[in-house]
Design a protein around this ligand. Sequence first.
Ligand code: HAM
Length: 420
Amino acid sequence: MPEFQTSPGMRDILAPESARWRAFVELFAGVAESAGYRQIMSPLLEDLGVFQRIGDATDIVTKEMYDFVDKGGRHVALRPELTASICRAYVQHRPATPWKVWSAGSQFRYERPQRGRYRQFDQVDIEVLGSNDPFVDVEIIALGWEFFRALGLRQVTLLVNSLGEPEDRARYVEALRVYFEANLGSLSPESATTLQKNALRVLDSKRPEDAALIASAPRIADFYSAEAAAFFESVQSGLTALGIPFRVDSSLVRGLDYYRHTTFEFQGGTLGSAQNALGGGGRYDGLVEALGGPATPGVGFALGLDRTLLACDDEGVFAAPSVDVDVFVVDTTGGLEALRITAELRAAGISSDRSFEQRSMKSQMKAADRSGAKFGVIIGTDELDASAVVVRPLRADDRSGTQSTIPRTDLISYLKKALS
Ligand code: HAM
């Protein structure tokens, strides 16, 4: 056992999985940018206060923050999510609205690690600031849906809900509190503790002993103002118009405190219930103000990369792309020719690798096989003298093709044709 290993809940992502992660982000970027979203890259670390505005009844703020005092005495934290940073950036730069952005990167939450739940995990994220049109909610949900389709995932369910106007939500939370307190005896001890902080959070409980009580709890839909009901109607009619299947789930409150009006979640069909949320989001028409900006509506979502890729594994879709080179150069004349040839090939857009340390022909051919390259380019003293090279197919399916000796000057055009 080596002395040092990754910290719990943190992972090394090696090739070819790392190429898959990159492809995931590129695919998401393509979907977002085709709809006019532009990338924002915010710092990994912010003043703790930025994240405290997420809400003080949210676990990621109260229990899971990676915070510390830096050498200059600032109390800072590694970001647990992107939304608060993006709102902070909006207040700082005041871009024209609607400000449509996407982002991607690592987030940090001190959680109990398990499959699909890590302390460092990645998200891709979309946010729109400055518009309270319900069709913005529909646009972003549709982009999330399209992205899952593009990955090839089939078993994704979309759940939507509305938490109403802040006043509706406040009246609802009070009604919930009264209801759960009246039934305290049937509530799990954990949920009884949650109730002291935020009655809404109790609806998140996955404990079987709470299920019956939650099922007959008051419904948010009975507390909507006329405006909130109309807003939620518009969101649903937009989704229907686009043919996106969804289910209204009135217990969908999500783990963050800043939501108002629309909330939604994309659930995978293959992961355990505690980890089945592949992504989610909603409206947070108050976060920009909480961060010192003008009243600005906002809506967005984040998808967990780690978890979505697990769902891809389970459904056998979105495999890692090949990271093999096209050509492996075997040089038994000292290595200078391999240096020249690999440089020429790379300049011509043909990926290529080679051995170092003047290994034997046998050991270089082994390395060539291991590399996964389609062709070996072999140069020995005979070839060097004749200004020629040998090109040999390396893949089992190509081996029937015999090797050819060709003039050195024809190598690039020969390979381009063979690889096309
Ligand atoms: P969230 O629900 O906390 O929302 O996280 C979104 C997704 O990130 C989850 O559905 C999950 O896939 C992934 N995720 C969260 N925690 C972990 C973890 N410990 N390990 C692996 N994956 C995880 C937000 O973060 C909001 N900022 C979304 C949003 C954007 N709302 C409005 N705009």
